[in-house]
Design a protein around this ligand. Structure first.
Ligand code: SF4
Length: 94
């Protein structure tokens, strides 16, 4: 298991050749090509569950932006609103 403070080292968004800008598209249409491209990378990420738990615990709800853990800001807001906030990686379906 990845140590809590080292999970980012395995993040797919940090892999060589992955453009960090891909996670901050101007068009956040959940069915759009830009979001789909980011989701595809997150879908292959071995630490997606930890990423989601981290962002839900630390993100400022008033300043959500970008695709994180495969979710748009609106989708993360829905998770937060519905109190489906993961507190442990084991609770997250990767
Ligand atoms: S799940 Fe998180 S850590 Fe993994 S690629 Fe997506 S944004 Fe990066």
């Amino acid at each position: 298991m990845t140590a809590p403070d080292r999970w980012r080292e395995a993040a797919a968004c940090a892999w060589p050749g992955v453009d960090p800008e891909a996670f901050y598209p101007l068009d956040l249409d959940p069915a759009g090509l830009a979001v789909t491209a980011a989701r595809r990378i997150c879908g292959a990420c071995p630490v997606r569950g930890l990423c989601l738990a981290d962002v839900m615990a630390s993100e400022d709800p008033a300043r959500r932006w970008g695709v994180i853990a495969g979710l748009t800001p609106e989708e993360r807001t829905e998770l937060h609103r519905d109190q489906l906030i993961p507190t442990r990686a084991a609770e997250v379906a990767a």
